[in-house]
Design a protein around this ligand. Structure first.
Ligand code: ADP
Ligand code: MG
Length: 367
């Protein structure tokens, strides 16, 4: 624990948002972040996942010290850093647009943060080499940013963030400027990097569910300045609590249903009775049933629904069928079919009771 306020804070203890709110000056009563309560454990990778404008970057900048909360506190470990300037927080940050200094060689870019932190001069070359090695960029130390590809520039930006040996690494959509192929390679790289630096807590902002599902230990789902849900990727995917989470983390069929009699584990969807785990939901309550498209099968089975094929999309390994059942569109992702049905044909689809999740939270709360 550092005793003097002069020393950088020890950020190895994880991050805690304690009811952090942010309202930007001038933006009349719009709250960019509304009372965020969230803890990132030491060494944990937490993804902040949400649509554009949901407050993700704002949350990140509150941790970095670039915006001041209007209420609440930011803690690193057990230290309140709300009033600490950015360079005293011991944090590394990488943003979407590399933000390298164009007139500086790679090595000088990487050294930049250390100079600001007053790292002793003779330590700097060794730490530059170490950071470039970690990101696979050792061979490029003497180049200028313009002589590098987008992916390489982003590696340098990551090296620069790591050179200060941060306990916390903040990444704000770091892959969104890269093309799809490179993005996938870089995702694997980031996962490897975290295995090599297991003590570093990572807060990873993205609107891309694949990035969040792939990389994160836990995902915090944001919408309209608020935390909607938080859990492991598996939890959120298999047991979402809200419609928003269900549809933002993975694909979802969301069917309006009414809960059947108590203890019967049934719901009615239009005129069809379906068997699903109702987990004590009140009889007669309206709810939403979430069924993942890849868990819908073709043909008769438990929980059969018959409807008309509206569209058939071939997606390489799968066919996606859009089926209209009682005025609701149902998606089914089926392993590539030999003879896919044609639009207009009537088909029956089904799903297993345990593959359906009844959402009772926040169903009609969102106005
Ligand atoms: P995200 O990163 O999820 O896209 P942001 O945190 O950037 O969302 O933005 C959250 C809200 O705050 C948005 O409504 C945005 O318009 C607003 N906002 C962001 N930055 C500023 C700023 N510097 N001044 C005023 N409003 C801002
Ligand atoms: Mg953002």
């Amino acid at each position: 624990m550092s005793k003097t306020t002069d020393r950088p804070s020890d950020s190895r203890g994880g991050i805690r948002f304690d009811r952090v709110s942010v309202a930007y000056p001038g933006s009349t009563d719009t709250v960019a972040l509304d009372s965020l309560d969230l803890t990132v454990a030491p060494g944990e990778v937490m993804a902040l996942l949400g649509p554009s404008g949901s407050g993700k970057t704002t949350a990140l900048r509150a941790v970095a010290g670039f915006v001041r909360p209007t209420a609440g506190r930011v803690l690193l470990g057990d230290r309140d850093v709300t009033d600490l300037p950015p360079h005293r927080r011991g944090i590394g940050m990488v943003v979407q647009q590399y933000a390298l200094f164009p007139h500086m060689r790679v090595a000088d870019n990487v050294a930049f943060g250390m100079r600001a932190q007053k790292v002793p001069k003779k330590e700097i070359p060794g730490r530059v080499a170490e950071a470039l090695d970690l990101t696979g960029m050792s061979a490029y130390a003497e180049r200028y940013p313009r002589e590098l590809s987008g992916g390489q520039q982003q590696r340098v930006a990551i090296a620069r963030a790591l050179a200060i040996r941060p306990g916390v690494l903040l990444l704000d959509e770091p892959l969104s400027a890269l093309d799809a192929r490179l993005r996938s390679d870089m995702l694997a790289e980031l996962a490897r990097l975290h295995r090599e630096l297991p003590d570093v807590s990572i807060l990873y902002v993205t609107h891309d569910q694949i990035e969040a599902l792939t990389l994160a230990d836990r995902i915090a789902v944001m919408d309209r300045a608020r935390l909607q849900d938080v859990g492991t990727p598996q939890d959120l995917y298999r047991r979402p609590r809200t419609e928003f989470t269900a549809s933002f983390v993975g694909n979802a069929n969301l069917l309006p249903v009414t809960v059947g009699p108590a203890a019967r584990d049934t719901v009615s969807f239009g005129r069809t009775e379906l068997t699903v785990p109702t987990r004590g939901a009140a009889a007669g309550a309206t709810a939403t049933l979430c069924v993942r498209p890849h868990l819908v099968g073709l043909g008769d089975g438990p929980n059969s629904l018959t409807g008309e094929v509206a569209e058939v999309q071939w997606r390489g390994a799968t066919h996606r069928l859009h089926v209209d059942v009682d005025g609701h569109r149902l998606k089914a992702d089926l392993r590539e079919l030999r003879r896919p049905p044609a639009p207009g044909e009537r088909v029956t689809v089904h799903f297993t009771p345990d593959d359906a999740v009844l959402l009772t939270a926040g169903v009609s709360a969102d106005g």
